[in-house]
Design a protein around this ligand. Structure first.
Ligand SMILES: *Cc1c(COP(=O)(O)O)cnc(C)c1O
Length: 402
């Protein structure tokens, strides 16, 4: 038998503890607050609000729950359309669908990979002529890159359409010198296990609008009206974050700046080692902001080199290294029955549709840019606990493919 050193699997973006979490968790245990709500939750909300510069916050079980409450409070319901980027994680849009709304997906901008603000402007002008404006616009700050929020607001505000920022991937990123999400009607964040910081699972809804957050807090705890017995006049949810989860989140929040620095350094290191290869391109950084580089993402152009995205992904997987394709665009997901601009359903989705009675109607505006990014884009391991030796192992495997 050949001697082989057992190397540990390198994951895409695993949790990275600071060591301070246990201190807050112990506090929670010693105070016997092993429950949803409690002093850790209050402290986490306050510390988070200070960190991101958005004054009102409510801590929830997930980013998806935060988005759901935002949709509910903004009145999204059956017959409404909501606009989102097609290049996103599905948690951006499932909450609007829970509310019975129809998603309209917009293509990505080639220079930022985020929702294309000019396509958005064109779509709003067409929908105004049709007499049916979307209820909400949900831009995603993809892989830690802020959307051009000023431009998106400039497009939406004249129509009175609220913007809900999906900042789940961009905690710690900045836009024109300010923290991500500031200026949106509401912003959602996620502390899922793969995000830049994690509470073991959780989310936050943040807004400058105190009423919106107070309504969300009310709905997240089963909408209990003030009374000695249990009295309900509205439909609520069990979405509140637990005190223990908040304790973990507090320990993580303390190292957020270090984590952003390290993610950016990992991106720079990949670029230094791989940037000269012909046929490889890195996700651009928009000039108006600082990306958190939650994930380092590359594009492989098979026409310029002897390899492609899948070959590189499989070469890494073969060495027990996890890399993943860029998000599959929403308009390509079999969940959706896509209509084009004229309202006709595309042929492909008819075929899938006959096999899938759960399909949800949706529309797509453009789509080629996102399709191209999905076809050639690869997310590289970006965990902040990785060593330089780990990074060298990864880059060496990639280099020999070229
Ligand atoms: C992770 C993520 C979410 C959902 O957050 P959860 O906490 O996992 O529910 C939503 N949108 C985007 C873009 C995400 O990456």
């Amino acid at each position: 038998m050949t001697e082989r050193i057992q190397k540990k699997r390198i994951f895409l973006s695993p949790p990275h503890l600071s060591g301070e979490e246990i201190h807050f968790v112990r506090e929670a245990f010693e105070s016997n607050y092993i429950a949803p709500v409690g002093p850790q939750v209050d402290a986490f909300e306050q510390e988070f609000a200070e960190k991101v510069g958005i004054p009102h916050t409510v801590a929830l079980v997930s980013g998806t729950a935060a988005m759901h409450l935002a949709m509910r409070i903004l009145g999204v319901g059956p017959g409404d359309e909501v606009i989102a980027s097609t290049l996103t994680f599905i948690g951006s849009v499932t909450p609007a669908i829970y509310q019975g709304a129809t998603p309209v997906f917009i293509d990505a901008d080639r220079t930022t990979w985020n929702i294309d603000p000019e396509l958005l402007a064109a779509e709003l002008s067409v929908s105004e002529q049709r007499g049916k404006l979307p209820k909400v616009v949900i831009p995603t700050d993809l892989y830690g890159q802020c959307v051009d929020l000023d431009r998106i607001r400039e497009v939406c505000v004249p129509y009175g359409i609220p913007v809900v920022a999906d900042a789940a991937e961009a905690l710690g990123a900045t836009y024109k010198g300010r923290q991500v999400g500031i200026g949106a009607q509401a912003a959602i964040f996620s502390f899922n296990g793969n995000k830049i910081i994690t509470s073991s699972g959780g989310g936050m809804l943040a807004s400058a609008d105190r009423d919106l957050i107070e309504q969300a807090r009310f709905l997240s705890q089963q909408a209990r009206d003030p009374a000695p017995h249990y009295e309900h006049s509205q439909l609520g949810y069990n979405y509140r974050m637990s005190n223990i989860v908040a304790a973990v989140g507090r320990g993580q929040l303390r190292v957020l700046d270090q984590r952003v620095q390290r993610r950016r350094a990992i991106f720079d290191y990949y670029q230094l080692r791989l940037g000269d290869l012909t046929g490889i391109q890195f996700m651009p950084e928009a000039p108006y902001g600082q990306c958190s580089r939650w994930l380092t993402v590359i594009l492989i152009n098979p026409a310029q080199c002897g390899t492609d995205r899948e070959k590189i992904r499989l070469a890494l997987e073969n060495e027990d290294i996890e890399a993943r394709p860029v998000w599959k665009p929403m308009h390509l997901q079999p969940l959706f029955r896509i209509k084009d601009a004229t309202g006709k359903e595309s042929k492909d989705s008819d075929i899938v549709g006959s096999a899938n009675s759960e399909q949800v109607s949706a529309r797509i505006i453009g789509g080629e840019v996102a399709e191209n990014l999905f076809a050639h884009g690869l997310c590289l391991p970006s965990g902040t606990a990785m060593s330089e030796a780990d990074l060298d192992r990864i880059t060496n495997i990639i280099k020999v493919q070229f």
